[in-house]
Design a protein around this ligand. Structure first.
Ligand SMILES: [Zn+2]
Length: 143
């Protein structure tokens, strides 16, 4: 099947190198990847791009992440990264960061043909019914 869209990912928002280093120090990415892999093995999601990752943090970690969710989402490359009060039953807990809980489920909505992420905005743009709102905006802006 011919691919309709180039295999490109949405360009991440600005990510200061310092923050990335801090996040790597926190092993946040590692924890999340591990969780995604578990979710894949359990057949909850087919691909990390289709995942909705729910993250609950408390204490110092919550303060640290308070203004960094957008950056985290850009780095994570999943359909949704949501900050929640309680990650719910069966949440992955990090030994290193006990104040961090992560759960993964399939994101709601259809799969976008341009970025492969799931979004409830797919189908809303009548000019581009097969892509998500974010991609429709990007396509419109590139013309
Ligand atoms: Zn898209």
């Amino acid at each position: 099947m011919a691919r309709l869209w180039p295999l490109s990912r949405p360009s991440p928002t600005a990510r200061p190198a310092r923050l990335v280093l801090l996040l790597q120090d926190l092993k946040f990415g590692g924890t999340q990847r591990q969780t995604l892999e578990l979710a894949r093995q359990d057949k909850i999601i087919g691909h990390p791009l289709e995942a909705e990752v729910r993250v609950a943090v408390s204490g110092e970690l919550a303060d640290f992440l308070a203004d960094k969710w957008e950056t985290l989402k850009a780095i994570a490359i999943v359909s949704e990264l949501v900050a929640v009060e309680d990650a719910g039953p069966g949440a992955f807990r990090s030994e290193e960061f006990p104040e961090l809980q992560v759960t993964v489920r399939a994101a709601a909505g259809e799969k976008c043909e341009r970025c492969w992420m799931r979004s409830t905005t797919v189908g809303q743009d009548s000019d581009h019914p097969q892509i998500c709102g974010r991609c429709a905006t990007a396509v419109a802006a590139s013309r």
